[in-house]
Design a protein around this ligand. Sequence first.
Ligand code: AMP
Ligand code: ZN
Length: 487
Amino acid sequence: MEQNLFVYNTLSRKKEQFEPLSAPHVGMYVCGPTVYSDVHLGNCRTFISFDLVFRYLTHIGYKVRYVRNVTDAGHLEGDAGDEGEDKIEKKAKLAQLEPMEIVQKYTVDFHDTMQVFNVLPPSIEPTATGHIIEQIELVKQILAAGFAYEVNGSIYFDVERYNKTHDYGILNRRNLEDLINNTRDLGGQDEKLGKLDFALWIKAKPEHLMKWPSPWSLGFPGWHLECSAMSNKYLGKQFDIHGGGIDLMPTHHTNEIAQNIASCNKIPANYWIHTNMLTVNGQKMSKSLGNSFLPQQLFTGNHSLLNKGYSPMTVRFFMLQAHYRSTLDFSNEAMEASEKGFKRLMNALALLDGLKASATSEVEVAILRQRCYDAMNDDFNSPVLIAELFEAARIVNSVKDGKLKIDAENLAILGQLMHDFVENVLGLKNEQAANNDLPKVLDMIVNLRNEAKSNKDYATSDKIRNGLQEIGFQLMDGKEGTNWSKI
Ligand code: AMP
Ligand code: ZN
């Protein structure tokens, strides 16, 4: 296992050596999507960035428990997510559907999109509605510790009271005075006592649909509460990494830390990792600004800002060519450059198998492999890694053209490093080959199944038939042999 991984920690504003609480285990919590509309490309960037982190930690030998939640209740519209209408209920009313139909539709969409981008599923994907009991328990603890108060059946976190004994701005580095001065005054109908206070439990208005009984009212939990409750449940009071987009840092994560410290006097995670935003003409891509594209629009090119469509792996490569802590501005030119770069890398990968080793070597690939690790160990620096992989691709092409000699040992290292870093760490796959080769692969599987059948090994032949059915292919036995089709 590589021991010299450095991670930029937003808490300290420094790169720190990564030392998990109990290696080889690593606990990582990342704030997931609010499932009220299609995920846009900006959201995808954040989840692709954490996929890179997850993949690299796994690659260097850690056993990662990766928890990424789905927010399916409690996320209201206001800046702090606790004022105005519930995002999911609002959409449900517009579409004349049950809130849970909205949740289901957009959760499925989210999973499909993640799969298209080759983002690995997390180890646990808990939902807010599945953890109401845990959230109520947490509210009780915060109340008992004296950091929250009740008004008309709703519970609010008392930020000023908390800040007397703790530092509310430990993560966002803002002092309370400044924060108070920069926050709008409480409205006449506001129940909160302090401008920065936020809701832990909200009493439901009669027309509110998603509500649960609690000691205080029929209501629903505040948005920040779910992440504290679920990270605590699955990763413990203290774990290694907490992540999310940088836009979540000033309020959502600040409030999460306050809740955890108020309830159990522990800052939940040691390393806080924040990903930067995907921008369009320098502006954050966001649904509310109307400058967001859906992944599908990018694939088809069906959007006024796009010259043409790009494949999912080109988009993933484009994202990984920027460091996760830099903003990344979308442009057609950058996408076209990424398309070329991605093809260059994939072509080199495809050429590897056909390379011939010489008795002597004019290159030492172990140094290059070390530079790949050095890049990733330096706060997951994927653009530097990609530059090293281009160097590997250059070597592949030179060997193929007979301009460079490589011996068997170096060739083996080269092959391994290309596969490890391109496929396992960056999560890139050759889309072309996957599509063209599918019929050949299926024919081969069908032949294996028929062989098993003619050997009267029905257990195996049935296993193959059922397995294919599960992934969406049906077999039809006829006089002329067996055909397959997509279900
Ligand atoms: P939401 O569903 O709005 O809660 O967002 C899900 C995740 O996407 C959060 O971690 C956000 O920080 C992140 N996010 C939202 N907009 C962008 C963007 N333009 N670029 C990168 N990440 C984003
Ligand atoms: Zn969260």
